[in-house]
Design a binder for this molecule. Structure first.
Ligand SMILES: [Zn+2]
Length: 331
């Protein structure tokens, strides 16, 4: 392979040629738009660290879902902002909970959108951890209890399925939660509700803006005892293997950009659809730089989303989904 016989620039000469040999074609079909639902009606409050992303009541969620559908985006993922919090996240189980009512409202609006729900406790607990707190009998330190938590998560997933969710997405990183959720769903004849597991969720600084949006910052300690250490990649493969064994239909890596190698490794090793969450901090960094005039938003956003797909994710959860769809559809 040597010059002048080989001239790679030959295939970059025109847009038609570049299109012909393009290896990754980003489209709206793999995009999922995350949304934050609160109680009340006519509520639409912008999240200060995430421009153009809102905390909104179910009626407003439905309005934005119409727009999402019209842009060709196949689905949304819902996060709940409950009216009341307690140590066990009880409001996450109620048929009248914020997420359950939003699903119902989307269903009644006859939208074809896939409705995915985030299954976790951190938005619903007063301490902000993803599970219930127990005192370790050896050290007497407060710790997030694994087995007591997964029983609650299974109930939460069931209540989302009852409300009409297509896919439930556990994000808590407790061990054994996928099996507990699958068993509970099947026991109640929701065998067709799929599980998208946040299989490799890292303990990341890039979640900062989300915690403002979802009001879910831990009140003490951090999440290092259940979310993954950013330094580990092989461990992600173990987490994915366990979740698939337990019955996950699809798996996700979160965040996306700092973990493209992990997305690639998961894509190569497993035969299931791989998702990636282009998280709040990744979105906020772009928005902040764009506001300062330092970056071209369209160009860098499409480049970021393309890189996530190129790494191996066929499903991309992104706060930029709507804007990306407009750019991709040339609206
Ligand atoms: Zn959580």
């Amino acid at each position: 392979m040597s010059f002048p016989t080989h001239r790679p620039r030959r295939l970059r000469r025109t847009e038609a040629l570049r299109g012909l040999v393009r290896e990754t074609n980003l489209s709206t079909t793999g995009l999922i738009y995350p949304m934050f639902v609160c109680s009340g009606s006519k509520v639409r409050q912008e999240v200060s660290s995430m421009p153009e992303i809102y905390q909104q009541s179910a009626d407003q969620i439905v309005e934005e879902c119409r727009e999402v559908e019209s842009l060709g985006i196949p689905g949304v993922i819902l996060f709940g902002l409950p009216e009341s919090k307690d140590p066990r996240g009880a409001s996450s189980l109620s048929s009248q909970g914020v997420v359950q009512r939003a699903i119902d409202a989307i269903r009644k609006a006859n939208l074809r959108l896939l409705v995915i729900t985030d299954v976790c406790l951190c938005e619903y607990t007063d301490h902000g951890h993803c599970g219930v707190i127990e005192h370790d009998h050896q050290t007497n330190e407060a710790t997030v209890a694994n087995d007591a938590t997964i029983a609650i998560l299974a109930e939460q997933a069931l209540s989302h399925a009852r409300a009409g969710a297509d896919i439930v997405a556990p994000s808590d990183m407790m061990d054994g939660r996928v099996a507990a959720i699958r068993e509970k769903l099947d026991e109640h004849k929701f065998e067709n509700v799929a599980i998208l597991s946040y299989a490799a969720k890292y303990c990341s600084g890039f979640y900062g803006p989300f915690r403002e949006a979802a009001q879910s910052a831990p009140q003490f300690g951090d999440r290092r005892s259940y979310q993954m250490d950013p330094a580990n990649a092989r461990e992600a493969l173990k987490e994915v293997a366990l979740d698939l064994e337990e019955g996950a239909d699809m798996v996700m890596v979160k965040p996306a950009l700092p973990y493209l190698d992990v997305i690639r490794a998961v894509r190569e090793k497993f035969e299931v659809p791989v998702g990636a969450y282009n998280v709040s901090g990744e979105y906020a960094m772009v928005k902040a730089a764009v506001q300062k005039g330092w970056l071209d938003e369209q160009r860098v956003t499409l480049e970021i989303l393309t890189s996530i797909q190129r790494a191996g994710a066929s499903i991309i959860l992104s706060y930029h989904a709507k804007q990306a769809a407009r750019w991709l559809n040339h609206f």
